[in-house]
Design a protein around this ligand. Structure first.
Ligand code: CS2
Ligand code: MN
Length: 358
């Protein structure tokens, strides 16, 4: 397991790179060029600038999260070919810069969805919260509330991306899940060969939460669908970002079984916990198994059992110790998360080396 930490850029994050380097066992950043809109080709100078910044702090840039997919590609519009051509040029440049994994998602309009960014937990920490009933609200109201709650632009909720909300909803009106599958297959047929040539593994992120929101189709939701995704293009460069928090919002998702079944197609893992309330609502918690509903200890054991050598990161953290940070992406709780993941990992390694009874 190679540990990374998500970082949003010099002007766009509260956490200095040297601090990330001090989290034990953390070797790289999961990064993106957040100032670029989905569909734009990434300039080589900007890629190399991040590479230099990271290198100065002793960190690598092997994992990009994300190169966002333009809506026209998801919608299957004729204009998609230009955006796909840009995407391929970006993949080639990232390969030249030494990037190994590109995380992306195929969620219509919205990326991850939450209804509150600072829900108070019993211990006074706050965390991201999803309340099913509030999804009946007007989407525009939710977007406004989410953006008002965060001083920093939230990834996936960029105002420029969401400015044309009603037009986008209109465009998706007749798009079914099968259409989305079709458009994903088209996209993969175009980009996977380019990724393979560039030494890059593409890693699709599951939908978060893994069900339809606002009536929009969502397809990266469960084991059968992940299997279908891998079969669409059977190549190591067509892989999955296995996100335990996203998939774990649905109690029927057996994440441990997925790790075993898809073991050679998981170049990147997001490991975090959530607490489910039984009615579709969930709140993010510390990474410990007993603090939430997801079997984090079992998940790390499954990764250990398959000899996982891919990249991992803690996913969202709570806001603790009065940290002023981007919602879900502070330093403290994610650093605690990393230590918890390493603690489990090292424990399993110890038992493997010395046996249970030593
Ligand atoms: C999510 C997503 O995993 C996460 O942190 O909040 O924003 C994720 O980065 C994207 O869906 C990946 O494309
Ligand atoms: Mn994730």
């Amino acid at each position: 397991m190679r540990m990374t930490f998500r970082w949003f850029g010099e002007d766009n994050d509260t956490i200095p790179l040297p601090h990330i380097r001090q989290i034990p066992g953390t070797e790289g950043i999961a990064w993106s060029l957040h100032h670029l809109a989905a569909g734009e080709e990434w300039p080589m100078e900007s890629i190399l600038e991040v590479k230099e910044q990271a290198a100065r702090a002793g960190l690598h840039i092997d994992v990009v999260e994300s190169v966002n997919v333009h809506e026209d590609i998801k919608l299957g519009l004729p204009s998609r070919d230009n955006y796909i051509a840009n995407y391929k040029r970006t993949i080639r440049k990232l390969g030249q810069a030494g990037v190994k994994v590109i995380c992306y998602n195929f969620m219509p309009i919205f990326d991850w969805t939450r209804t509150e960014l600072r829900k108070e937990l019993e211990d006074g920490a706050t965390a991201l919260f999803f309340e099913n009933s509030r999804i009946d609200d007007e989407p525009a109201l939710l977007v406004e509330r989410i953006n008002k709650d965060s001083a920093l632009t939230m990834p996936g909720w960029e105002p420029e991306r969401l400015r044309h909300l009603s037009r986008l909803f209109e465009a998706y009106r007749n798009v079914t899940e099968e259409h989305l599958w079709h458009n994903l297959a088209y996209f993969l047929r175009e980009i996977i060969p380019v990724a393979a040539e560039s030494g890059i593994r593409m890693a699709i992120h599951p939908d978060d939460p893994p069900w339809s929101v606002f009536g929009l189709p969502r397809i990266m939701t469960n084991r059968d669908n992940l299997r279908r995704l891998l079969e669409l293009y059977d190549h190591p460069s067509n892989g999955i970002t296995l996100c335990s928090g996203s998939l774990g919002a649905n109690p029927h998702n057996d994440i441990i079984a997925m790790i075993h079944e898809f073991s050679d197609r998981i170049p990147f893992a997001h490991i975090r916990n959530i607490r489910r309330f039984g009615n579709g609502d969930f709140v993010e918690t510390s990474h410990r198994t007993m603090d939430g509903s997801v079997d984090i200890a079992g998940i790390v054991k499954a990764f250990h059992d398959i000899g996982f050598e891919g990249y991992a990161r803690p996913d969202h953290g709570r806001h603790i110790w009065d940290e002023q940070c981007r919602p879900g992406y502070g330093l403290y709780d994610r650093a605690l998360g990393i230590m918890h993941l390493w603690g489990l990992w090292d424990g399993y390694a110890y038992v493997r080396a010395h046996g249970e009874s030593s």
